[in-house]
Write a protein that binds this ligand. Sequence first.
Ligand code: URP
Ligand code: ZN
Ligand code: ZN
Ligand code: ZN
Length: 471
Amino acid sequence: MKKKIITGGTIATATDVFKADILIEGEKIVQIGVNLDALEAEVIDATGKYVFPGGIDPHTHLDMPFNNTVTDDDWESGTVAAAFGGTTTILDFCLTAGETKLSDAVEKWHKKAEGKAVIDYGFHLMISDLNEETEKELPLLLEQEGITSVKVFMAYAKEFQATDRTLFKAFKIGKETGAIVMVHCENGSVIDELVEEAIAKGNTAPIYHALTRPPEVEGEATKRAIELAHVAGATLYVVHVTCKEAVDEIIKAREKGYNVYGETCPPYLTLDQTLLAKPGFEGAKYVWSPPLRPKSHQEPLWNALKAKQLQTIGSDQCSFNFNGKKQLGLNDFSKIPNGGPFIEDRFSVLYSEGVSKGRISINDFVDMISTSAAKIFGLFPQKGTIAVGSDADIVIFDPNIKRTISAETHHMNVDYNAFEGLEVTGEPVSVLLRGEFIVKDKQFVGALGGGKYIKRQLGKGALSTLEAVSN
Ligand code: URP
Ligand code: ZN
Ligand code: ZN
Ligand code: ZN
């Protein structure tokens, strides 16, 4: 079998930082040690670089119908951009709304990905409604497809929002199967009322997207999800946490021993609400949900990450071109498709703003960008770390390169970058997926369809905290 050896680099995992060689045989890491015998192996020189486990992005929406349109990055452009950004596995949301059988939705998602994905992937199942049939089908489908996570929306009243009854049923199924229940926590009904009120007053500009979704409605929904999950005995994962109100609820629940995980996303850590007030219609570039918050919410998010009260960083990749689909809301902010392009810069922005600026340690960074998601979603130890027996998903990262993020140089299929002009320190130089280069010296060398669907094991991710639950 073909061998490769990565030499001279500094390996960083969620727990350690050390200098050693990594021997790869086929798709796996077979040996880690000092001065390994490189005979017959292709030598990859990583001198002066960090060697990280491949990034795992637990939150993407590729080629997804949403807000009367469809996201602009598909499984080709989205995963190529992810690869450049140091991500080797994504977990994408499979939309089931409108399907009679959940399995039809999963088949559709497989077809979207097959022949296109250049990195490995799995699916979370999005549940808008549970009836007698789908309730029966869901546990079997999870088992059969190796899906360990479902997602329920408390917002988007016109599209995805589930009733509390459906949310609670999902929690019950989560408890029975060991699947983790991911929830978008915003009070969709209250938001709809605030949106109608704003539009009636003629407040149609993008900034009203943020002003009609105040942090209180995120905090309130977060608390409701936490209590309902607890009553059902399910493990809850709060997606895209943006504000102090929601963080406080998560911390309180975790301190009580509840099984709650939280994710945040790079824009909430680095950008703020004033961007939605940019002149002209430019604020539409920054319309996603929950919205960007005033700057004062960033510190509580960083602190919660550092304290491991929030565990993961998702991109929430959900891209729409500015000179395209975003224009749907030119005269009415509520018609601006919600979402932004983040899959490519998730890794670099967290490294630069987090590690380079001294906010988090290098181990915390690896944990947030890869290891925690692997553990929570049942991918560990196949993915999420550098260890003997793990997939050789590896990022060779130059911590000294400085570059400026720009739509001119990114690989996503959209005409703007929300981080445009942000100077970052550090960049993935080469990326391996299961032992093969997909990015080599900043050139894409992967293959369309080279990414593999990864079946996950139910109950595995949630195990450690399930054991910690008191009542
Ligand atoms: O605005 C966003 N976040 N779009 C994607 C859908 C979601 O809520 O995650
Ligand atoms: Zn959401
Ligand atoms: Zn999302
Ligand atoms: Zn209790």
